[in-house]
Design a protein around this ligand. Structure first.
Ligand code: SF4
Length: 215
């Protein structure tokens, strides 16, 4: 995945979100009983494989990752340890710069007011916070609406994301990947991008059914 953070990244999407932002493109992630169960150790196995294959980072999004704060803390703490092993001399990613980016729909104050949530986010290099507000479009890279905040939390995060904090994008922001009987979209669309994509597909004779951004 190449559209949520710098470089080529492993993406992990958590299932379940009760924030119900109007205009959310990922309504399929709202139901906490949906998705597929994965253990933290199996996800860390994917992360180690991604590091060995050259991943530049890990992005965790949702759904709402902080609705599973204990599991998220275990995942991110393990991801930090796996990264340290991989970038050490002789490791599969020796000397490379690799970051961990976490998205949440909670505001910073809501994260800090909750002990379990704040414990989980301390392992992330960069945190994007805030509900998606459909009435506040933005061209800022990797943010869906202008109210959302991107905050580096570590020296690595500051070094890697400083140039992106105020960077804007004018072109398409979605990566489309054909799945097993479906099409997956990765990234944060700019305003109108989903509708334009549907129009293009229709012209090519493809009608989307079950789009995740429709009720
Ligand atoms: S935009 Fe994010 S926080 Fe808002 S409802 Fe969708 S998944 Fe939840």
């Amino acid at each position: 995945m190449e559209t949520l953070g710098p470089g080529r990244r492993l993406g992990i999407w958590s299932q379940g979100c009760g924030l119900a932002c109007a205009g959310c493109m990922s309504r399929h992630t709202w139901d906490p009983s949906g998705g597929a169960s994965r253990t933290v150790s199996s996800l860390l196995g994917l992360w180690r494989e991604a590091l060995a294959r050259g991943a530049d980072g890990l992005t965790v999004s949702g759904g709402e990752p902080l609705d599973q704060p204990t599991a998220l803390e275990a995942l991110l703490a393990g991801a930090v340890r796996a990264r340290a092993e991989a970038v050490a001399p002789g490791g599969p990613a020796a000397g490379r710069e690799i970051d961990i980016l976490l998205y949440t729909g909670y505001e910073e104050e809501e994260v800090e007011a909750d002990a379990a949530r704040s414990a989980a986010v301390r392992h992330a290099d960069v945190l994007v916070t805030g509900r998606f507000q459909v009435a506040e479009p933005t061209a800022l890279a990797w943010r869906g609406s202008a109210n959302q905040r991107m905050r580096p939390r570590t020296a690595r995060g500051r070094a890697r994301y400083q140039e992106h904090l105020a960077r804007t994008e004018s072109g398409p922001r979605l990566q489309m990947v054909e799945g097993d009987g479906d099409v997956r979209l990765y990234g944060v669309p700019r305003r109108g991008e989903l509708a334009a994509l549907e129009r293009r597909l229709r012209r090519a004779g493809i009608a989307l059914t079950g789009a995740s951004w429709r009720p």
